[in-house]
Design a protein around this ligand. Structure first.
Ligand code: GUN
Ligand code: ZN
Length: 433
């Protein structure tokens, strides 16, 4: 049955580009009293409410008072099986993996555990206004099956992949180069391109793959050219030393991936904190993207991401929560932490830049700008209704906010899941506070 058009009336904001490239003023479009019309899951109109309502006087209107509509947030790096280890005390990356993460991931050999975890994880994403994410599963094929089935049931645009990991991990969490290829291929054939689902080839990180396995990862990218590649890069100093020992013939950490043809415009590398100039250049040349994961980088003591240098080299950057190394599902909290990380190295993220990183930049990194990331006519109606009076403190602070820029900054510094009034995916309300 054809669904009738619905008009959402509210303040409305979306990014048009990177403020660093276009200048802040040209980087966004804002309607103080806007109207967003959706029909059959797509955006059909966006504009000034009074003007549009004069053209469509009979349309059904949902009025959102004291709210701000923005595009759904895009989380470009997160691990659904690590939801249960969020907030685990006291370790940096390699010990944290061994002591907390691997034991938690081993539980995903049980398909029922996978399904329950996937549902809880998706509830959390939507509660935080995240409508698309690039998601790690575990080494188990069933973890990704459960995730895709749960996401498809909710008609979400999601990207995921099975972890490829054939060495330097516990026996119950390793595959083989051949089985990782076979299992990934089976998942690709079953789910990639099904409704709103996409597949990402997901070698965990260089230390846990043999050269043979990385070769198979590259082969999958050649066989299916529209796949994503999703992995970790240069997060922690000890990790980097380990990569140098394991791959003595490689010039750098990134060069390991480069040698197996894993640098494509659809590749997303999480962290990328400690890079040399050649690595910055190669990322830019290959148009690969980087996921800046600030809450994880501070929590695991990994280091300070250099956004300025990424901009200088024209590397595409987007934001990731990296739960469970990251400490929040909230992209507002992630914007806050990004702001603080940049402050520590003398860089300021303008609120429009932070907002761009959490929305349109994610779509650019994932090559999905024709579908998500802004509120342009013809794109999919994935959006969030933010509450400008979500808490007494936010409400109080908003009274003295003189511009949309200032309102946005208050939301990113003080906001979290409590600021999400509703989340819409493909035109349907999928979360209501
Ligand atoms: N590097 C390899 N695996 C992981 C992981 O699960 N989390 C993070 N943050 N870094 C990694
Ligand atoms: Zn990660």
């Amino acid at each position: 049955m054809k669904k009738a058009a619905i008009a959402h009336r509210s303040a409305i904001l979306h990014s048009l580009g990177d403020p660093h490239i276009s200048g802040v003023e040209d980087s966004y479009e804002y309607f103080a009293d806007g109207l967003l019309i959706t029909e059959q899951g797509k955006i059909t109109h966006l504009g000034d409410a009074t003007e549009l309502l004069a053209q469509y006087p009979d349309i059904e209107v949902r009025q959102h008072l004291n709210k701000l509509i923005v595009p759904g947030f895009i989380d470009t790096h997160i691990h659904y099986p690590q939801t249960g280890v969020i907030a685990s005390y006291g370790e940096q990356l390699l010990d944290w993996l061994e002591n907390y993460t691997f034991p938690a991931e081993a539980e995903f050999s049980d398909p029922q555990h996978c399904s329950r975890s996937a549902e809880f994880f998706l509830d959390e994403l939507l509660k935080n206004g995240t409508t698309t994410a690039l998601v790690f599963g575990t080494v188990h094929k069933s973890s990704v099956e459960a995730f895709f089935q749960a996401a498809d049931k909710r008609h979400l645009r999601m990207i995921a992949g099975k972890v490829m990991m054939d060495r330097n991990a516990p026996d119950n969490l390793t595959d083989t180069a051949q089985s990782s290829y076979d299992d990934s291929r089976e998942l690709i054939e079953k789910y990639h391109g099904k409704n709103r689902l996409h597949y990402a080839v997901t070698p965990r990180f260089a230390p846990t793959s043999t050269p043979e396995q990385l070769q198979f990862a590259g082969q999958l990218l050649t066989e299916f050219p529209d796949l994503y590649l999703h992995t970790h890069l240069s997060e922690n100093k000890k990790e980097i030393e380990w990569v140098a020992q394991l791959f003595p013939d490689s010039k750098s950490y990134l060069d390991v991936y480069d040698q197996y043809n894993l640098l494509t415009p659809r590749s997303v590398f999480a962290h990328a904190i400690h890079l040399d100039d050649h690595e910055f250049q190669r990322l830019a040349q290959c148009q690969s993207a980087v996921a800046f994961c600030p809450t994880s980088n501070t929590f695991l003591g990994s280091g300070l991401f250099n956004l300025t240098k990424m901009q200088q080299h024209k590397v595409q950057v987007a934001l990731g929560t990296d739960v469970g190394g990251g400490t929040s599902f909230s992209m507002l909290q992630t914007m806050q932490e990004a702001y603080k990380v940049c402050q520590l190295s003398g860089q300021q993220i303008n609120p429009f830049k932070a907002f761009y990183l959490a929305t349109l930049a994610g779509a650019q990194a994932l090559q999905l700008t024709d579908k998500i990331g802004d509120l342009k006519v013809g794109t999919e109606a994935d959006f969030v209704v933010l509450d400008l009076a979500a808490t007494p403190l936010i409400n109080n602070r908003m009274q003295s906010a003189r511009s949309i820029e200032e309102q946005l900054f208050v939301l990113m510094i003080l906001g979290d899941d409590r600021a999400i009034a509703q989340t819409y995916s493909f035109g349907e309300c999928v979360y209501q506070s």
